[in-house]
Design a protein around this ligand. Structure first.
Ligand code: 1GP
Length: 244
């Protein structure tokens, strides 16, 4: 089954949770254990990101360790074209809608598109919209950040991505953000959007997760929460807030 189909089936049953694993934050074996735990507590998918510092070797070893320990689909969430590997079920084909640099909108993509097609890789076209504070990805991607109170701006970019044919929108506050995307903004975007809405960045506990879900997120991504001791219980409570 294609990952898109898997996701669509999951979406029929409620909010989907994705655990984001950054290969630079732990050794590959530990990444496998994190993925195992994520699956055990009910996470639906794994995102493997390729942030700065990811080497080809690290990415390959992390992907195979996750593959060994978990059966849920693994999606590669690239932040550049520095490292790549095929041990994923799909690639999130992200276009940063509010980047000032065309490389992040279509440029880097054009360099790998034919390769992805020839290799038969499943791509999931996704409009990526970075909201303040945006953190590292906002900086690297040269994002013209969406202000936290500018709901019109978020709606405008989201609808633009939908009209362009994207299959998902990812509203991103940034990895390690102090707070998630504001609930009012999620609600405003969701009200206008005809495609599923993914929300990530700054979601640390069940209260955040519930707020984001109730505001209308179809898919919730958490990353940092698994990087500290006690992550199993925290992840479990986030999952119960999303699936209640
Ligand atoms: C994925 O950037 C998020 O979209 C993950 O952010 O690490 O803050 O959960 P956190």
């Amino acid at each position: 089954m294609k990952v898109l189909e898997y996701l669509q089936n999951k979406l029929k049953n409620g909010t989907v949770h994705i655990t984001l694993i950054d290969p630079v934050r732990q050794v590959p074996e530990a990444a496998g254990k994190l993925a195992y735990t994520a699956q055990e507590v009910g996470s639906d998918l794994i995102f493997v990101t390729g942030s700065s510092g990811t080497t080809q070797r690290n990415l390959v070893e992390t992907a195979s360790s996750i593959r060994e320990k978990a059966d849920i689909p693994i999606i590669y969430f690239p932040s550049g074209a520095e490292a790549f590997c095929l041990n994923f079920d799909a690639v999130l084909f992200l276009s940063m809608m509010n980047s000032r640099n065309a490389q992040f909108i279509t440029g880097a993509h054009s360099k790998i598109a034919l390769m992805l097609k020839r290799l038969g890789v499943e791509v999931i076209p996704t409009g990526y919209i970075v909201v303040e504070p945006g953190m590292k990805i906002g900086e690297i991607g040269e994002a013209e950040l969406v202000s936290r109170d500018n709901f019109w701006n978020a709606i405008g970019y989201s609808l633009t991505a939908e009209f362009m044919g994207m299959q998902f929108i990812l509203l991103e506050a940034g990895n390690g953000a102090a707070q998630p995307v504001p609930a009012g903004m999620i609600r405003a975007v969701k009200k206008e959007l005809g495609i599923p809405l993914i929300v990530g960045g700054g979601i640390r506990n069940a209260i955040d997760a519930r707020r984001v879900r109730q505001a209308g997120a179809d898919v919730v991504v958490t990353g940092t929460v698994i990087e500290n001791a006690g992550y199993r219980e925290r992840l479990r409570s986030i999952l119960s807030a999303l699936k209640e």
